[in-house]
Design a protein around this ligand. Structure first.
Ligand SMILES: [Zn+2]
Length: 265
C-alpha cells in the first residue's frame, strides 16, 4: 500500500494511463514520441491491466477482501454457484452438525427459483452474498453497462427473497475487471475473493486432492472457495464428500468456521 492506502500497482496503472494521454496529445501537436517509448508504455499498461483481472488480490481495479485477520483463529468457508435443491440442504445439514457458519454466494436466477433455500441459508445464521445473476463466464470482459445490469438483477433477486440487500459480491469466475469493481462500488458491495481455491467444482479433481488442498490452506484468516452446487446443476461438487472431514480437521486445529461478515468485523 502507498501512504494514501492505494495499492502501488493501481498507481502505476494511473500513471501509465496519464502518460498515454500525454503521448497522444504530443502526437496531435506533431511531436510524436519515439515508437519504442509509446509501445513500451502501452505494453506496461496492458500487463498491469491483465494482472489486475487475473490476480484480483493485487487490488488494481478495486479493493478485494481475500483474507481475514491473522490474529484470530477463524476461517471463512464460502460456497458459490447455488442454491441447488439437492446439494445445498446437504451442505447446510453438515454445517449445522458441526456448528459452523459459512457464506453462500448465490446466483440470482437460482435464488429466485429456490427462494425457500435462500431463506433457509439465512435463517441458519449464514451470510448470503451475490455471485452475478446468470453466472456469465465472460463477466470480466463485459461492459460496465452489462455488469451493472446483471449485478442489479442479482441484488434485486436476493432483496425480493430475503427482504434485505446483500453486501458481499464474488464475481463469477472470481475475476475483477475495472467494470466489475466500479459496478460493485456503486452498489455498495464489498468484493470478496479467496485465499485458497480448492478446485472442488472441477469434475476431474478427486475429492482426496480437494481435501488435501483445503487442509493445507487452513490457517487464521483463510477464505476457502468451495461450491454447494455445480454451475449448471449437472453434477455434485467434491465439497459434499470433503466437507465432513474438513470440518473435523478445522476444529482439530482450533479454528472456527465463521461468515465473511464475522471475519471482517
Ligand atoms: Zn461460480
Amino acid at each position: 500500500m502507498t501512504a494514501f492506502g492505494v495499492p502501488p500497482v493501481r498507481v502505476m496503472l494511473w500513471l501509465t494511463s496519464v502518460a498515454g494521454v500525454l503521448l497522444g496529445l504530443l502526437s496531435l501537436l506533431g511531436r510524436a514520441p519515439p515508437l519504442g517509448i509509446a509501445a513500451a508504455g502501452f505494453a506496461l499498461e496492458a500487463v498491469i491491466s491483465t494482472l489486475g483481472v487475473v490476480l484480483p488480490g493485487l487490488g488494481v481495479f478495486g479493493a478485494v477482501y481475500a483474507r481475514g485477520p491473522a490474529g484470530r483463529a477463524e476461517v471463512a468457508l464460502t460456497f458459490d454457484d447455488g442454491p441447488n435443491p439437492e446439494t445445498t440442504p446437504r451442505v447446510l445439514a453438515l454445517l449445522a452438525e458441526h456448528g459452523a457458519r459459512a457464506t453462500f454466494f448465490v446466483i440470482g436466477e437460482k435464488a429466485l427459483a429456490h427462494a425457500g433455500l435462500v431463506r433457509a441459508i439465512a435463517k441458519a445464521g449464514h451470510t448470503v452474498g451475490v455471485h452475478g445473476h446468470v453466472h456469465d463466464p465472460l463477466y470480466a470482459l463485459r461492459s460496465r453497462r452489462f455488469v451493472t445490469a446483471d449485478l442489479e438483477r442479482a441484488c434485486a433477486a436476493v432483496e425480493r427473497v430475503l427482504g434485505s440487500s446483500p453486501t458481499l459480491f464474488r464475481p463469477p469466475i472470481g475475476l475483477v475487471s475495472a467494470a466489475v469493481a466500479v459496478a460493485a462500488e456503486r452498489r455498495g458491495l464489498t468484493l470478496v475473493g479467496f485465499s485458497s481455491r480448492t478446485f472442488d467444482g472441477v469434475s476431474r479433481t478427486p475429492p482426496a486432492r480437494v481435501l488435501e488442498r483445503a487442509t493445507a490452506a487452513l490457517e487464521n484468516g483463510a477464505i476457502l472457495l468451495l461450491h454447494d452446487a455445480a454451475e449448471r446443476d449437472d453434477r455434485v461438487p467434491a465439497s459434499l464428500a470433503v466437507l465432513p472431514e474438513l470440518l473435523v480437521r478445522l476444529r482439530a486445529r482450533g479454528l472456527s468456521a465463521v461468515t465473511v461478515d464475522t471475519l471482517r468485523s
